[in-house]
Design a protein around this ligand. Structure first.
Ligand SMILES: [Cu+2]
Length: 151
């Protein structure tokens, strides 16, 4: 009897210890999330406001592609400043993108936007560019092109 009682006591003890461990584990898990929650909330809160997360420059260049042509001959952006291109691609079932090349169209690539079929609007996140007169084009249709002036 004594042995059984001791075993029950041990079981109870171990259960209590187990519950205690779980409880303290939960408390331990809660503590950091409380610490990080405000930061995460602020980060999330800044996105729905429409401000681009990239660099926070807030600069958005709008480019339309329609009938195998861009609506822009060129655009200008400040050097080394990330920006966004809102690409409004209106050609049904035709693949377009916007890519940026250093100097002329044969220069090294600075940015390559995803190629997709229209109609669809896609916003590209473009990294900061070096100063100079560069060019942008549609890779599937290189005759769709223009200049990117970076100052
Ligand atoms: Cu194209």
């Amino acid at each position: 009897m004594d042995v059984r009682l001791n075993r029950r006591d041990l079981l109870r003890l171990s259960l209590l210890v187990g519950v205690g461990a779980v409880a303290s584990a939960c408390a331990g898990a809660r503590a950091p999330s409380w610490t990080f929650a405000p930061a995460a909330g602020t980060a999330r809160g800044s996105h729905p406001s429409g401000a681009p997360a990239v660099g926070g420059s807030g600069l958005v260049i709008k480019i339309v592609a329609e009938d195998l042509a861009f609506d822009l001959a060129g655009f200008s952006v400040p050097a080394e400043t990330p920006f966004q291109i809102e690409f409004d691609h209106r050609d049904v079932k035709i693949p377009h993108n916007v890519a940026i090349y250093d100097s002329g169209p044969e220069g090294p690539g600075l940015f390559r936007g995803e190629i997709f079929n229209g109609p669809k609007v896609v916003t590209y996140d473009v990294p900061g560019l070096p100063p100079g007169v560069h060019s942008f084009r549609c890779d599937p249709h290189p005759y769709m092109n223009g200049t990117v002036t970076v100052t």
